[in-house]
Design a protein around this ligand. Structure first.
Ligand code: AHN
Ligand code: ZN
Length: 329
C-alpha cells in the first residue's frame, strides 16, 4: 500500500464507521433472502390453538371431541377448502371402539403435483407422564400436543385461500393419534396402537391411490423456545425433505428453532404415511434433550395448556412451512 492509500483508508474508514451513527458491525452482514410467501400471522394461529383448547380435552367418544371436530370442518370450509370428512371406527389397545374422524381440506384439486400437510387433532385421555400420579387417568388439554399443529395449519389454510401457490395442497387433521397404551399399563400391549386415524387413512385414502410429492407433519410446534431437531424416521424416509425444510428455516433466520443436530426416532403419524402410503414425509416435532422421553416437560401432563404455547414459535414453524409451499414451482 502506498502512503497516499494508507492515508486515504485512514480517513475514509472512520467516516464510514460513524456516518450511520452506529458502532461498526463486527460480523459480516448475513446474505439477505427475499421470502416469496405471504406473511404467516401468529396472532391468528394462536387464536386457533386457543379456540381448540377452549373446548376442553378432545378425547374421541366425548362431546368436546365432536364439537371441536365440527369447528375444524367449518373453519376449513370458511377458508375455502374442499372438505372431506372420513368417519371410521378404530379399536384401541384396550379394546375400546372409537368413533374417529379424519378431517381433510384440499386446495387446488385440479393440480396433479401436491403437498400433504398434517397434524393430529385429538388429545390424549391420560396424563400418564404427569409428576402427580393422581393425574395419570385424567385427559389433557393438548395445547401443544394436538392443537399447535392444527392451529398452524388453519392459519396456512387461511393464507392459501388468499393467495394460491403453484402446487396443490392437502391438509389433514388426523384423529385418534394419542390413544396409545399408557405408561402405567405395565403389560405393554404389543401392536401399533398410536396414530389409529392415520393408519386407517393410509390404508383407505380419501382419494383412491392418493399421492403427494411429500408430506410434512407438525407435532408439538408451539412451545416457547422449542427445538426442532432432525427426527430420525424423517431422515430415513425423506432426508431431502428434511434438508429442504431446515434450509428454508435457516434462510428465514429460524435456525435457533430448526437446529442442525439429529433428534431421536419417533413413531408418529408420518411413520404410517411413509410406510403404508409411501409418501416421503417428515415430522417437525419438539425435541428436548433434557427429558427422558425427549419431548418437552409438559408432554402428556396437565401442564400442556396455553402456557406451553408461544406466538414466536408458531411463527417460525408457520412461516417456514408457507415458504416451502410457495417456493414450489
Ligand atoms: C410415541 O409416544 C410412541 N410417539 C409419540 C407420538 C406422539 C404422541 N406425539 C404426540 N403424542
Ligand atoms: Zn401425545
Amino acid at each position: 500500500m502506498t502512503l497516499k492509500n494508507v492515508i486515504t483508508v485512514g480517513i475514509i474508514l472512520p467516516l464510514f464507521a460513524f456516518s450511520c451513527g452506529k458502532t461498526p458491525q463486527k460480523t459480516a452482514p448475513v446474505e439477505s433472502y427475499q421470502k416469496v410467501s405471504p406473511d404467516f400471522n401468529s396472532d391468528s394461529a394462536y387464536a386457533y390453538v386457543d379456540k381448540q383448547v377452549s373446548f376442553g380435552p378432545r378425547v374421541p367418544n366425548t362431546p368436546e371431541h365432536v364439537a371441536c371436530g365440527d369447528y375444524l370442518v367449518s373453519s376449513l370450509k370458511r377458508f375455502g377448502a374442499e372438505v372431506y370428512e372420513q368417519k371410521m371406527t378404530v379399536t384401541t389397545y384396550n379394546g375400546i371402539k372409537l368413533n374417529a374422524r379424519n378431517i381433510i381440506g384440499s386446495y387446488g384439486t385440479d393440480k396433479k403435483s401436491r403437498i400433504l400437510l398434517f397434524a393430529h387433532w385429538d388429545t390424549r385421555p391420560y396424563s400418564d407422564q404427569d409428576p402427580d400420579p393422581a393425574n395419570h387417568h385424567k385427559p389433557l388439554l393438548g395445547a401443544n400436543d394436538g392443537a399447535s399443529g392444527v392451529g398452524v395449519l388453519l392459519e396456512v389454510a387461511r393464507v392459501l385461500q388468499a393467495q394460491s401457490p403453484n402446487i396443490g395442497v392437502d391438509i389433514i387433521f388426523f384423529d385418534a393419534e394419542d390413544y396409545g397404551p399408557p405408561a402405567f399399563d405395565k403389560s405393554e400391549p404389543a401392536g401399533d396402537w398410536w396414530c389409529l386415524g392415520t393408519q386407517y387413512w393410509a390404508k383407505n385414502p380419501h382419494v383412491p391411490n392418493y399421492k403427494a410429492k411429500y408430506g410434512i407433519l407438525l407435532d408439538m410446534v408451539g412451545a416457547p423456545n422449542a427445538i426442532f431437531a432432525k427426527e430420525l424416521t424423517s431422515k430415513a424416509f425423506a432426508n431431502d425433505v428434511v434438508e429442504k425444510v431446515w434450509s428454508t428455516a435457516s434462510r428465514l433466520n429460524y435456525s435457533n428453532y430448526f437446529v442442525g443436530r439429529d433428534g431421536s426416532g419417533v413413531t408418529d403419524d408420518h411413520t404410517y404415511v411413509n410406510q403404508l402410503r409411501k409418501i416421503p414425509s417428515i415430522d417437525i416435532i419438539h425435541f428436548d434433550a433434557d427429558t427422558n422421553h425427549n419431548f418437552g416437560s409438559y408432554w402428556h401432563t396437565q401442564k400442556d395448556d396455553m402456557s406451553s404455547i408461544s406466538k414466536e414459535t408458531l411463527k417460525a414453524v408457520g412461516q417456514t412451512v408457507l415458504e416451502v409451499i410457495y417456493k414450489e414451482k
